[in-house]
Ligand binder design. Sequence first.
Ligand SMILES: Nc1nc2c(c(=O)[nH]1)N[C@H]1C(S)=C(S)[C@@H](COP(=O)(O)OP(=O)(O)OC[C@H]3O[C@@H](n4cnc5c(=O)[nH]c(N)nc54)[C@H](O)[C@@H]3O)O[C@H]1N2
Ligand SMILES: Nc1nc2c(c(=O)[nH]1)N[C@H]1C(S)=C(S)[C@@H](COP(=O)(O)OP(=O)(O)OC[C@H]3O[C@@H](n4cnc5c(=O)[nH]c(N)nc54)[C@H](O)[C@@H]3O)O[C@H]1N2
Ligand SMILES: [Mo]
Length: 776
Amino acid sequence: MGDDVRIGPYDGPSGGWGSAKSLGEIMLREKVTPGIGEALLRQNKADGFACVSCAWAKPASAHPFEFCENGAKATAWELTSLRTPPDFFAKHTVTELLGWSDYSLEQQGRLTHPMRYDAASDRYVPVAWEEAFRIIGEELKALDPKSVVFYASGRASLETSYMYGLLARMYGCNNLPDSSNMCHETTSVALKEVLGSPVGTITLADFDHCDAIFSFGQNVGSNSPRMLHQLQEAVRRGVRIVTFNPLRERGWERFTNPQSPLEMGTGAETRISEQYHQVKAGGDMAALMGLCKWLIEADDRARESGGAPVLDHGFIREHTRSFEEFAKAARETGWERITEESGLTRVALEAAAELYSQSKAAMFIYGMGLTQQVLGEQNLHMLVNLLLLRGNIGRQGAGISPVRGHSNVQGQRTVGISEKPALVPLDRLAELYGFEPPREKGLNTVEACEGVLKGEVKGFIGLGGNFVRAIPDRDRMEPAWRKMRLTVQIATKLNRSHLVNGEVALLLPCKGRIERDSQATGDQTVSMEDSTATIHASFGKREPASPDLLSEPTIVAGIAKATLPPNPRLDWDTWLADYGLIRDAIERTYPEEFRGFNDRMAIPGGFHRPIPARDRVWKTKSGKAEFRVPEKLTATGFEDQPEQYRLITLRSNDQFNTTVYGYHDRFRGVKGTRMVVFMNPEDIVEAGLSDGDEVTLATVYGDGVRREFGGLRVTGFDIPRGCLAAYYPECNTLIPVAHHAEESKTPAAKAVPVRISARVPHHSGRSVPAEGLPPG
Ligand SMILES: Nc1nc2c(c(=O)[nH]1)N[C@H]1C(S)=C(S)[C@@H](COP(=O)(O)OP(=O)(O)OC[C@H]3O[C@@H](n4cnc5c(=O)[nH]c(N)nc54)[C@H](O)[C@@H]3O)O[C@H]1N2
Ligand SMILES: Nc1nc2c(c(=O)[nH]1)N[C@H]1C(S)=C(S)[C@@H](COP(=O)(O)OP(=O)(O)OC[C@H]3O[C@@H](n4cnc5c(=O)[nH]c(N)nc54)[C@H](O)[C@@H]3O)O[C@H]1N2
Ligand SMILES: [Mo]
């Protein structure tokens, strides 16, 4: 164990001085260029740029500092003065770089020049942009369009995304997975089924009108910290907050506003959740069934005794279907099963149900804890069931809020990045651009991985992201990946996906969103859609990291021009000269959603895209909101066995997905390492382990594939028995590609069946590599 590794309880709140200190550290490390203060002031302002970190909504009248610790880290990460120029690649072979950690790769700074992989020297060598586009065009023309995947990571603007979707379809495929396929795809599928709208129904204004907030499987302090401001204000108004999460996440416990001098000076904290329920991983459906059962039976009793109804019968009658069937299932589910499968006591669940029954307008907020499960869709159906019982959809202060990941991941879906043709107005595209769009379903992330394993996928274009590192089953995927013919990565910093190359590989560096994008008619604005379906402008002003960078729209157009035959109805260069014309095209394609796009995107706070469920218009098959009876009460999709655990893979407070900012997870009291596995102290004893031992985890899957990952330091933690937690992406090698949500195929990263296959006692002198990539 290195001297700099320290693990112990963290007593501070979320926000507060810990946040200020952590931010200071990264500013130093990134050697940020002067003027970052000015950049931070412009973050999430009407005339500024949209934060490149999470997708949480931006208020119309922003705080003077409308950013958070992690948003500021993301900005500093992009504005770093460090560079990864051609010289760097001349010094290091790709094989050597494969031994570097994720942190070290990105820590080299911004990419500066387009590069091509040269197999003879095993190095990236510079290539001119025109030559890069020519090579890609030739390769794509030689490949079967159905064998090429166009991935997008969720950050690129609406303008870029619209062009990217068109490029893939004009080329001839719907293979357009985006990071949402690993994230909130479960939301898109499940909410569409039961509410008819695939996205959340709340806006920021609802925080001012709700009186209860329930959160499930989301880590607000690390992953959407700006929401802490709304939560703090809500608590001050008397809003009651209840959290369901196996781990006690500090952000849902308490918060000190780092932007309030008074709070910082006095150390004042706001308690966030008044109830905190440490549900078992995968146990939410059982917990939710408990709440529903309590409400339905309380309502039964009220009806018998002539008391006030507990359910909103008017709403249920007018707006929903299958209530009776669901109510029957809830009445018949025994408390014993509910408490066993949720891991929570009946008293605790009744307290949550009672609080919910007293609320007039409740909001449900959720994240990856619910979506990344085998029965993830049913998790969400259960959430909706509970909301519908009291008419908590489609009125002020009430609704459902999936907290999206990347800053424009929801928007990318809105403008056509989707493998599902039904979600895209193909006829409209055919009419506008005079081509016959492919009609068959394209590959999502899991199917793309399967295609690569089978050798059927031969080309991959990545618009941002770190696909190879983000997907499951890394040890199987990487060797298969190398058999592809073409891999193209559009990126800002070097990551592992750029080192696992096809025969022909290109690395194309782009400008970031904070940077000035000058085109023929002047500096351009782009736009995004946040978690509340609000669309707003983003204007980059910083000098680009290198004169050789191109904007993302320019790169997409470059590939398109080199690949597609000329089209009299689509002149990519005209679009590049004025992004307003791309927005006009988006408006023509989606007239309802984007009416007056160019004018309205500049409104402070942006404009809300119409979401039918928000207005109680249900675009479901039945035309009503639907109650659904779940098949099971545990979402894991596997049977528990002795000595088998449910492994949760999650984020630290010092990372953005595969981007590792540092090795501290302040809120969980971990300093100097990511190689830990959190474990219940009683489980540690029962397994004959001690805190600090090193263990190897092995996946129990029965498909004949050996999946192991070692070097993890056992760390006693307040987590339910039978559950383990460790960091993503390190542990991705443990997740089988086939272990995914049933319908959406979102990898089930929040409950992986594992056992402990090897152990090294901590006094044996072996050390955990502080930066180590997983062995193998
Ligand atoms: N700073 C920062 N911000 C980010 C990101 C980042 O990496 N860093 N990532 C962005 C992206 S792409 C996304 S999708 C979001 C992700 O944000 P989150 O949704 O918060 O994702 P995670 O941190 O993976 O895990 C979520 C929580 O689920 C809990 N959990 C695990 N299993 C269960 C379960 O069965 N039931 C319940 N109720 N809870 C469970 C975990 O304890 C954890 O608190 O954040 C976005 N914002
Ligand atoms: N085990 C496990 N696996 C998971 C998850 C989990 O919770 N557990 N979470 C899943 C989720 S929710 C997600 S969203 C995925 C994330 O998967 P991805 O979105 O593919 O990964 P990121 O780590 O966000 O991508 C980081 C890279 O994006 C590039 N980049 C950054 N900014 C820009 C830009 O402005 N333009 C371009 N072109 N490139 C840019 C940089 O090169 C950087 O290295 O991972 C998924 N994988
Ligand atoms: Mo995500």
